[in-house]
Write a protein that binds this ligand. Sequence first.
Ligand code: GDP
Ligand code: MN
Length: 414
Amino acid sequence: MNDTAIFAPLLIKIKIRYMNLHEYQGKEILASYGVTVQRGIVASTPDEAVAAAKKLSEETGTGWWVLKAQIHAGGRGKGGGVKLAKSLDDVKNIASDIIGMQLVTPQTSAEGKKVHQVLVAEDVYYPGDSETSEIYMSVLLNRNTGRNMIMYSTEGGMDIEEVADKTPHLIFTEEIDPKVGLQGFQARKIAFNLGLSGKAFKEMTKFVMSLYKAYDGIDASLFEINPVLKTSDDKILAVDAKVTLDDNGLFRHKDYAEMRDKREEDPIDVEAGEAGLNFVNLDGNVGCMVNGAGLAMATMDIIKMAGGNPANFLDVGGTADAARVEKAFRIILQDEKVEAILVNIFGGIVRCDRVAQGVIDAYQNIGDINVPIIVRLQGTNAEEAKKMIDESGLEVHSAIVLKEAADKVKELIG
Ligand code: GDP
Ligand code: MN
């Protein structure tokens, strides 16, 4: 049996809960920490884009603008989601093209992502200027050492994966000691390794210090700034910003929670999250509803052993009351691959008879459940619970021992 095939992606999804931000939101946060960024204003309509462009010109004197599709995926430039506008007419036309488009990039699925907003930014590139250079910089956790690190390269703007692959010696890392934080000498080393001198060197040192302060301050789990631009007049600017927040730190940043753009997330994940259910969609045919992550893992194993394949991981948590059970059923039933549902609840604090009632109520409320449900309840009042299910007259099968439940699943799905 190949455990890692199910559990590796699962563990990653469960343990590392994160929230992605749009580029414009990331840049706003960076700027609030003193990181120098390419200035921009987000717009939802072509008229708003034109107004944004005018406002930017007043503030920065720019006469050209770059319009950037706001989706939670990179590689937008390659997919036609980043365009230069040289007049207000251009701004309007490009904004009309980009807003509402289905943008396909190397980082999206084949159908792409719908663009709802465009960032109108000042053009910060001076054409034909050889003094301008694109740098790559990211901040992330090195899971091997348990320390944050800054990863950087002179080869920014393009595919960093390709750089890592073909010229790995051009990628540098700098690890940060959590006891003392990022030190000035480290920031200077980074600026030096990037080949900078004079004003650009100083600017880069400040940039790196503020960037790390921001990363630490907002409990981020990833910053990827590609490119960081060095202009010919030696300014250092974040031209792009991929910012990922750690969900586990969100309670400390209530104001960032409203930056969540649910349109960018899988609707089923949003629904499960709002219901407080720990849910991960998988490829199999047996839906699982379990309390506790460990029991959920064991249940998935037993399904595999019985010859089935788990369709999901779902931990209903400690309070498996009727409303949550019903919500969980509704989420599992959205998956058309599901041929049977195995409910495996250990009644420690929660009483099994209550869960049984929850299952019966949910079954009746939902109405059109056309897959068999196998319920294994163990713990407090398990016998009563089994009796309730057996006498319900519904297509709900009871089991006391897990093996019995798994065998029933196998029998029912054939
Ligand atoms: P990504 O493709 O999703 O990573 O989006 P980026 O924000 O990194 O933009 C893609 C590319 O657009 C950058 O690598 C730049 O080459 C280009 N770009 C971004 N901002 C400007 C700008 O102000 N002027 C010009 N001329 N090009 C820009
Ligand atoms: Mn980029």
